[in-house]
Design a binder for this molecule. Structure first.
Ligand code: ADP
Ligand code: MG
Length: 233
């Protein structure tokens, strides 16, 4: 038991150090990004198109590092939740523009089927992030095959829960993999961080909910279950 405690303390310390290091990396990265942008402008003025292309790659790689660090920090040091009562449909209405721009870009057709507005107690920004992470995964899974994403809500009155379902027409998740997708750093993508779903799971469980995944060979449905306060209308 004592060994186990020592081990856990060490892990916690390593986690803290990693979070500190991640935080410290953000400032120099921001400064590097600024100078690469300046360099890009100069190269553009000299019509050095090939080199402008190099700086574009640098910028997108820098953005990947920033995304990775932000997700990592969210996972290791979750920020205070700002929980307020809000309508689920209003939150979804709010993320629609972001979802449409990303789906348009990847030729994915998104449809919505929302039930009456349920009042939920959540941190709006964090819940939006959950919806966007799940949507992004769906879109990425369907890249270049004209996918379909159906976003719906189901109210369970007796249980006082609402489910927000994200059903995609992608390739699905193999059964042996379903247990792993919530593990930090688990990814099947060349440029993935593997932090999207663990972050979602953490946020949703802190809101008293849970995420369920159903994938049977073809297509995947992620459902976010959240407790409801009241039902409107
Ligand atoms: P990342 O997107 O960076 O890979 P995530 O934690 O968001 O990390 O997702 C982990 C893995 O779960 C993905 O790499 C992918 O293999 C799988 N996955 C998630 N959503 C879907 C989906 N809708 N369809 C198929 N696979 C998915
Ligand atoms: Mg992801």
């Amino acid at each position: 038991l004592e060994l186990q405690i020592q081990h856990n303390e060490r892990l916690a310390m390593i986690g803290q150090m990693a979070a500190g290091a991640a935080h410290e990396i953000r400032n120099p990265i921001t400064s590097v990004r600024g100078f690469v942008q300046l360099l890009r402008r100069t190269l553009q003025q000299h019509e050095m198109n090939k080199e402008v292309g190099y700086t574009d790659i640098m910028l997108s790689e820098i953005d990947r590092i920033t995304d990775l660090i932000n997700e990592f920090l969210l996972l290791s040091k979750p920020r205070e939740m700002k929980v307020v009562s809000c309508g689920l449909n209003d939150i979804i209405e709010n993320v629609k523009p972001v979802i449409s721009s990303e789906s348009l870009l990847h030729d994915v057709e998104v449809t919505y089927e929302l039930q009456v507005n349920a009042l939920i107690r959540v941190d709006r920004d964090l819940l939006k992030q959950v919806f966007l992470n799940i949507t992004r995964n769906a879109i990425e899974a369907m890249a270049n095959d004209k996918g379909k994403l159906h976003i719906s809500s189901t109210i369970f009155e007796k249980e006082r829960m609402v489910a927000i379902n994200f059903k995609d027409s992608g390739p699905g998740i193999p059964a042996y993999m379903v247990d792993k997708i919530f593990d930090p750093f688990f990814t099947t993508k060349d440029t993935g961080t593997g932090l999207g779903l663990p972050v979602c799971q953490r946020i949703v469980s802190e809101l008293g909910g849970k995420i369920k995944v159903v994938s049977k060979g073809y297509g995947t449905t992620f459902s976010v279950y959240l407790p409801i306060e009241a039902i409107e209308g």
